[in-house]
Design a protein around this ligand. Structure first.
Ligand code: ARG
Ligand code: ZN
Length: 875
């Protein structure tokens, strides 16, 4: 396949030959053909070599009507087309390049470039969407100031937005109007944005640290106007936090957010004009769950933080994507930790990393946080780039400490403001500010795969000496057969027999050890009795750690570890150990019995009313099927599902009365509020109810139905709905699902939850339900949120049904991918993920999964996105 030739390598990076000083654009928006005039003031780059050809990029769907250099219209012999490249062979050292292009945003279902979402025009240019609008040196190291005029029908599109500040406007007598926007900050084209639509907004203002007033505007459809306040409050909190924690101030006079229904990802940090998926900005107690509120807070902050980590300092090339994403995810995680419960946030992030990112790191698409090559960059907006990237920044924070990390960040922003730089530049700033040598640490940027730490220890009672041995290794990953030892910060402590922390050195009870070699030993003197080690506190590195804990030691750590994260982790390890033995028993036809220590440990936690309720809920949540699958050498879908259900039911029966009393004690009176304490009560209450439902007793069905009816918020309503919908009480499930749809049919995001709840039903027969729902009038194959809810829910979060032995789940996904491939390559490629993990299943499933991948690979007209994932999965 010729597409293989399109692999792009980091090692081939070359500085741009030409730079763009200014870009002046004019958009004439119409229902059929949209015309785009672009004027670029171009100069040769001193480091780029003079006399070179001028290179632009334009997608095949963009019609080039005209191109002129210094008013000279070019004819086809003056330039050369090579795929997306347009190369003008000879240009002067400084010139004006003008283009006129014609595009059809209304037909753009890929949702990249300029497209229409529910009748409004909007853009998504990261990573390479700008080339779907016009011909341009569409690469992040070419930065320009932009002046943009948007012209459209005034009645249909009263609101016309672009980056920066509005500077001029006018109307013509044919019912059209226009506004010119100017963005004084040079930016790469991927940060360009335009919006035109019939939008309403809420407005607020923010006084910055140097007392400038910034106007804050959040736009949405009229019906959603009552769901924008939480995003506004989150934005102001984020602006304050970035001033206080990073010393970063906002730089324009206006900050806008626009909510759109059709969006491939979560949100986009376009300069001064963020565009958000409605799912990441709309929030209202009646329609949004607690998790939804927290997502809005986190994503609003994330995009805001990009103004510095991403926009003011941007990426030199797309291999550096984690430079802005890893750092910004770290920043938003710390913000959320400060706004809510720090330990809960950490537990949630680690759970995601350990299930989904570790699985990615072990699969065929594994890549370092700075990939060495790619075919389609859209395929690299991954958990590895984002979440593992954030963990790598967190490790630097751990190694340097708060103060030096801040000094490093200050130096990075000061040194590189207005530049497009690399992850190496980031690490160098951290080194220069702190004096720490991070040369070995840099391997985290180039080596893929999840490192493993294997611990053993010995205690000498005569010498009062404790020695901790650690071996590190990292499995092979595509293109990397062997790995070098990494620099791993290991936060650890030692507990005495009473469960107290031992003081190790300088009065510290938690040490950060530098694990740097393949094998290393750490000696602790003056240890009076054999300690229990607490390892990888706070999850100080994104690694797998193995210490031969006895179950009693895990129970001991659950009760005594001074680190909240580690108490949760001990509970997870205990549950995993127990469930893994049960899976083994189940596979060997041995009758299952639950180790009573799990029931006792859970009871102790439920009975302790002094504990943080959110943490109680986390500790009592069994490791997910997905996590057990990630840990398995060969995934036995049925055994994992069966055992987890068995354990839930046993726990529920053993703890029934205390679960019921905690359920009742957690009831909240008064108005809904998405604060940490209230969220904690709701999550513990709903967890108790879900255990009670696991008993399959009709009285708890009644309790769930009662909660559903009485709920004044979406968290409690949808929790009750999904418990009933996923139960064996078929009639009740049917009735409640119908009732829910009737109530919420006009709220698209709630209808998506309704799709997702049905798609994730573990009961038999769900595939037929999902197929029927695809014909439902509320479903729309062109809307990514709906696809994620229904298709993503079924294929990605319903293992027992997706992996049905007859292969029907795989065939269903294969069919959908082929439909989606042309329509929306980015979403198609993302939906493929479950099939790519075929190596971890038994022979029969492997064959069926591979057959679907092969069928996709053999089909004509594959997008680069789908081609890359399928071909790498079969390689
Ligand atoms: N930079 C965006 C963020 O904040 C992600 C946008 C990527 N979009 C895309 N279609 N590749 O994470
Ligand atoms: Zn981002």
């Amino acid at each position: 396949m010729s597409q293989e030739l399109n692999e792009i390598f980091l090692k081939d990076y070359q500085a741009p030959r030409y730079l763009i000083e200014s870009t002046d654009m004019h958009f004439e928006l119409h229902e059929q053909d949209t015309l785009v005039r672009t004027r670029m003031q171009v100069t040769a780059n001193v480091d780029g070599g003079a006399g070179a050809a001028f290179e632009l990029f334009g997608h095949e769907d963009v019609e080039l009507c005209r191109i002129a250099i210094n008013d000279q219209v070019l004819s086809e012999k003056d330039y050369q087309r090579q795929g997306e490249k347009l190369i003008v062979k000879s240009v002067p050292a400084s010139f004006l390049c003008e283009t006129l292009t014609r595009i059809q945003p209304q037909d753009n279902t890929a949702l990249e470039g300029l497209y229409k979402s529910d009748g409004m025009f909007c853009t998504q240019c990261e990573a390479e969407g700008f080339r779907r609008i016009t011909f341009y040196p569409d690469r992040p190291d070419v930065m320009s100031v932009f002046r943009t005029t948007v012209e459209a029908d005034k009645a249909l599109y009263p609101v016309l937005l672009s980056n920066g500040n509005p500077v001029e406007q006018g109307e013509s007598d044919d019912g059209r109007h226009w506004i010119t926007w100017e963005d004084p900050f040079p930016k790469p084209a991927y940060l360009f944005a335009l919006v035109a639509g019939d939008l309403e907004y809420i407005e607020d203002s923010y006084p910055t640290m140097s007392d400038r007033d910034v106007k804050l505007l959040i736009y949405g459809e009229a019906k959603d106007l009552d769901k924008l306040e939480y995003a506004m409050a989150s934005l102001k909190n984020a602006m304050r936090w970035d001033e206080e924690v990073y010393g970063r101030e906002y730089d324009l006079d206006i900050y806008m957010i626009v909510a759109v229904d059709f969006f491939n990802m979560g949100a986009m940090e376009n300069k001064g004009l963020n565009i958000f998926n409605t799912s990441c900005v709309l929030a209202h107690p009646k329609t949004t769950t607690d998790a939804g509120f927290q997502r809005v807070e986190g994503v609003v902050a994330h995009e805001y933080f990009h103004n510095w980590s991403g926009n003011r300092v941007t990426c030199r090339d797309w291999f550096q994507l984690s430079l802005k994403e890893g750092f910004t995810v770290f920043r938003d995680a710390e913000f959320s930790a400060d706004m809510n419960s720090r330990t809960v946030k950490r537990v949630e992030d680690v759970a995601l990393l350990r299930t989904a990112q570790f699985a990615e790191d072990a699969g065929p698409m594994a890549h370092p946080i700075r990939p060495a090559s790619f075919i389609e960059i859209s395929n690299f907006y991954t958990l590895t780039i984002y979440e593992k990237g954030a963990e790598v920044v967190r490790m630097i924070h751990t190694l340097l400490g708060e103060e030096q990390f801040r000094a490093g960040s200050d130096l990075y922003f000061e040194r590189h403001d207005g530049q497009a730089v690399t992850t190496d530049d980031f690490v160098a700033a951290m080194e220069d500010a702190s004096g720490r040598d991070l040369s070995q640490f840099r391997l985290w940027y180039s080596q893929a795969g999840t490192p493993e730490l294997k611990f053993s220890d010995e205690y000498d009672p005569q010498a009062h000496r404790y020695v901790l041995h650690v071996q590190q290794s990292c499995p092979a990953s595509p293109g990397q057969a062997t790995k070098e030892p990494m620099h791993i910060p290991l936060a650890m402590g030692l507990l005495d027999q009473q469960g107290n922390d031992l003081t190790l050195v300088n009065g510290e009870t938690t040490l950060v050890l530098d694990v740097t070699e393949a094998e290393q030993s750490f000696t602790f003197e003056n240890i009076q009795s054999r300690p229990v080690p607490s390892l990888l506190r706070g999850f100080s590195a994104p690694v797998k750690s193995h210490y031969p804990y006895q179950r009693d030691e895990l129970v001991f750590l659950m009760a005594n570890d001074s680190d909240g994260f580690s108490r949760w982790d001990a509970a997870q390890k205990l549950a995993v150990d127990i469930m893994q033995s049960l899976i083994h028993d189940h596979q060997n036809g041995v009758a299952l019995t639950l180790d009573p220590r799990l029931v006792d440990a859970f009871r102790a936690i439920l009975e302790d009313s002094t504990l943080d309720k959110a943490m109680v809920a986390k500790v009592l949540t069994l490791p997910s099927e997905a996590y057990l699958s990630e840990l398995a050498t060969e995934i036995d879908v049925d055994a994992i599902h069966h055992v987890r259900n068995f354990v839930r039911k046993e726990l529920a029966q053993g703890l029934e009365s205390i679960l019921l009393s905690v359920y009742e004690a957690c009831e909240l009176a008064g108005e809904y509020s998405p604060d940490a304490a209230s969220i904690a009560r709701r999550s513990l209450r709903n967890l108790c109810l879900s255990y009670l439902m696991a008993t399959e007793e009709a009285r708890y069905l009644a309790l769930a139905e009662e909660q559903y009816v009485n709920a004044d918020n979406m968290t409690d309503q949808s929790a009750a709905l999904s418990m009933v919908a996923h139960s064996r009480f078929k009639q009740a499930a049917h009735k409640l699902l119908e009732r829910f749809y009737k109530q919420w049919q006009d709220e698209a995001l709630v209808v998506n939850q309704w799709f997702a709840i049905q798609a994730t039903n573990p009961e038999p027969g769900t595939l037929a339900d999902v197929e029927a729902l695809m014909q439902h009038p509320a479903f729309d194959m062109k809307n990514p949120n709906k696809l994620r809810a229904l298709l993503g829910g079924f294929c990605g979060q319903n293992a027992i049904n997706f992996h049905m032995a007859d292969g029907s789940g795989y065939r269903f996904l294969g069919d959908r991918i082929l439909e989606l491939n042309k329509q929306n390559p980015q979403v198609a490629s993302r939906m493929l993920t479950p099939l790519t993990r075929w190596k971890k299943y038994g022979e029969a499933r492997q064959q069926q999964m591979k057959a679907q991948l092969q069928r996709i690979l053999d089909s004509d007209g594959l997008s680069k996105d789908v081609y890359e994932v399928v071909s790498k999965s079969l390689a």
